[in-house]
Design a protein around this ligand. Structure first.
Ligand code: SF4
Length: 368
């Protein structure tokens, strides 16, 4: 057995890795990258088969937050040129959420900036969630409203909310390096309160904020001990106008190792590829689908993702199936999808074939 077989076997049995094993995954070389992905794929396959769950974000209140999370474009004093607005009207929330559902999302995440909601905010959001659930009882709703006070998680559960998201983000021992207005313990206690109220706990991390591999392992252990049902893994989008602008430290290979480490540590959790995947994984995004079983479709809270149709195409091309889609890739509304090729069962994609009109023999520059 190789060391990766040992790691995969432990994870398949839901045994915690040792710190050294988790560090070995993060510290493995590029020559072993495909072995790491293959080992993580065994775990993914056991719990989720080849399914990919689509989640859709709706930013229901954007920017102007009084908190100072250093990574966040919506923080107090942020000079990032992002959209800023107060609570969206319920009809607008519904319209945006339904766009995600129409594209195949099985979970809608309603997210508001701020330290935490007032009870009035909880009533407002509860109304939005009830209205949505009345029309889409089978679609999950996750609320993400910041730190919760007593009774608020229960009120959200009462309104039909499925899950509550509050990320731990980074290791407890370096939380003050990324925020001074609230603590790691504040965040962990909100995740626990949501769980106690019967909401499905969703909590994850952000990589690429100047942390060490030790820090990444620490936050993975902290997440494992909270037992969230879903674990979003974000890669820092270093917005200009925030304290972490200029922080570009991730490679696509490193992102895959981080995802694999999280998968091994939280084997049965829905591991979700979240913000920053396009800019950090780049052309290796499809490989990540062998590790995660869930992605955000389309755009993020304050930045644009790749087109939703490209996400669907990527999933189909990599041989995965959108959760809830009746017939796998055939059921997806992939932009430009063509007819089936003669006898092969393979879809014809003439939309991708373009006659050359530049370079040699033309007046236009060569594509080089
Ligand atoms: S509390 Fe949320 S919205 Fe506010 S700065 Fe922190 S991450 Fe951003």
């Amino acid at each position: 057995m190789t060391w990766l077989d040992v790691v995969a076997e432990k994870s398949l049995a839901d045994e915690a890795l040792t710190r050294d094993e988790a560090l070995a995954v993060l510290g493995s070389g590029d020559d072993e990258l495909m072995d790491v992905v293959a080992a993580a794929f065994r775990v993914r396959l056991k719990y989720f088969g080849r399914r990919v769950k689509l989640n859709y974000l709706v930013n229901i209140k954007s920017g102007l937050c009084p908190e100072d999370c250093f990574y966040c474009s919506q923080r107090a004093g942020s000079a990032a040129d992002v959209l800023k607005y107060t609570w969206l009207k319920p009809a607008e929330v519904l319209e945006n959420a339904e766009a995600g559902v129409a594209a195949g999302a099985r979970r809608v995440c309603m997210v508001a900036s701020g330290r935490g909601p007032t009870n009035r905010d909880i009533s407002r959001v509860s109304g939005m969630i009830s209205a949505f659930k009345e029309r889409h009882p089978d679609v999950e709703v996750c609320a993400c409203l910041g730190l919760l006070s007593s009774g608020q998680a229960e009120a959200l559960a009462e309104a039909g909310t499925t899950a509550y998201n509050h990320n731990l983000n980074t290791a407890p021992e370096r939380y003050e390096d990324i925020c001074s207005t609230h603590s790691f313990a504040d965040r962990a206690s909100t995740v626990s309160a949501a769980k106690e109220a019967g909401l499905s706990p969703c909590s994850g991390l952000i990589a690429g904020m100047g942390e060490t591999d030790e820090d990444l392992v620490s936050v993975a252990f902290a997440l494992r001990s909270l037992r969230p049902d879903s674990v979003p893994v974000n890669f820092l989008i270093p917005f200009e106008g925030t304290p972490l602008a200029g922080q570009w430290s991730l490679t696509p290979q490193k992102c895959l190792r981080i995802l694999a480490m999280v998968r091994f540590m939280c084997p049965s959790a829905e591991v979700r590829l979240a913000g920053g995947r396009e800019i950090h994984l780049r052309s290796l995004q499809p490989l990540a689908l062998h590790i995660v079983n869930s992605i955000f479709l389309g755009d993020y809270l304050t930045s644009e993702g790749q087109a939703g149709s490209k996400d669907l195409e990527m999933i189909a091309d990599a041989g995965f199936v959108v959760e809830g889609a009746d017939t796998g890739s055939e059921g997806l509304d992939v932009e430009g999808a063509g007819v089936e090729g003669a006898d092969t069962g393979v879809e014809a994609r003439y939309d991708l074939v373009q006659v050359r009109r530049r370079g040699a023999g033309t007046d236009l520059p060569a594509n080089a």
